[in-house]
Design a protein around this ligand. Sequence first.
Ligand code: NAP
Length: 253
Amino acid sequence: MPADPAGPGPHVLILGGTTEARRLAEALAAAPDSPRVTTSLAGRVAAPVLPPGETRIGGFGGADGLAAWITAHGVTHLVDATHPFAERMSFNAAGAAARSGVPLLALRRPGWSPGPGDDWHFADSLAQAAALLPALGSRAFLTTGRMGLNTFAHLTEPWFLVRSVDPPAGPVPPRLEVLLARGPFTLADERDLLARHRIDLLVTKDSGGSATAPKLAAAREAGVPVLVVRRPPVPEGVAQTPSVDGVLDWLSA
Ligand code: NAP
């Protein structure tokens, strides 16, 4: 997709906050005829790892705000590379694409599925996970993200371990230990963590991808059950690809 020297040229807006979004920005920056690329981050992480290209941080003000930004900045292609659980932003992207007439592609990594030796239980939401988990374990490694910790704040059982880049803000469960760390974490790291903290339940969103999958392998090895929160619905009619290459093909079509 070469930039047109006579015209404004292509401008790709990546809605980011994921490893895939950063990889896409890196791939586009390295392309011989790289287009203008802006990655948008919500601003949840205090010191994010910034991708190459332009970046902007903070909300747009809903689908209308995003549509206005797209028009004002001459965006020609919109890529929703947000996390599979960033439900509101994905619906905003669909709404903004429809309003502005700019084509949209969702970069969505496939979900996980259980294999032999896995003991998986499922919840349809964080609230349902909070209702189910006290019966499943007494020392839970809660990896559903620090933003949703308030959903578990009323639980005096089990004891929780949380690992995050920034400390949690807002209400948290009373029996909670926080480990400040930034991934990726290897299988050896996860094995060690489960053993050191005597974890008997892993709680996770079905985020998919390889970056956070070693915790699932470590749980399988240790015979630790896993409570998996299923993905929220995706906007109807939005084209999707599971890979960065799929986005590159779409952009060059
Ligand atoms: P969300 O609930 O879908 O979005 C809430 C609001 O945050 C949106 O309405 C939007 O505000 C703003 N926002 C979200 N993503 C944005 C982006 N990339 N650029 C600019 N504004 C954004 O999102 P969330 O679940 O809080 O996730 C926030 C960010 O963290 C996303 O970028 C996501 O990729 C990343 N993330 C989320 C999870 C997760 O489990 N949810 C995990 C890892 C990373 P306005 O309406 O004002 O535009």
